[in-house]
Design a protein around this ligand. Sequence first.
Ligand SMILES: [Zn+2]
Length: 214
Amino acid sequence: MAFNRLDICGEWYNHEVMRYTTLRYGNTNTFFLHGDNGGILVDTDYAGTLPMFFKAIKEHGITVRDIKYVLATHYHPDHMGLISELMELGVGLLLVDTQAGSVHYPDEIFARDPRLHYKPVDESKAVVISASESKSFLNELGIDGEVILTPSHSPDSISVVQKEGVCMVGDLEPYEYLVGYQNNEALKEDWDKVLSYRPKMICYAHANAKSISS
Ligand SMILES: [Zn+2]
């Protein structure tokens, strides 16, 4: 299996079924999954990036009203900093049950910078689903994909995968790194899981998207 660099990252990518837009307004690649009944925002950048976020969605013709849920690939500060503000704007929080204990991990980090005026996420308002429930949940929104647990980066890390389509893997370490590790079983297990969906495209949070040719 060969990974090729792909230069269209950031552009609208029209796969047969999963349609998504890459939104980059800081240091993290975030993704908006277009559904028939409202879309899902996968990750946000750091706290304090809301003005840049608004600019980015506007550039892509997306409004806050189009965003039904926000889902973090994991609760590190550069993946979820806008969630509480988006919730105040009416966006729902989609939480995977394995993430419940990690939601407040970044609170202390953000609190060190009072200029951020960070408000902790109120997870009591979240819609909580398990990975096994995710496929039907996403399908109901008109999104052909599902959530799988890929905990090698952090215990709460998830990936959004589409069979023979697009995979958003968050901070999962790139596949090529596997050869550099002697015994990284956790990373290998995660990649085995992702690759079992035979994805055509891997979208990383901090690297260029890669297309896969078999
Ligand atoms: Zn991370």
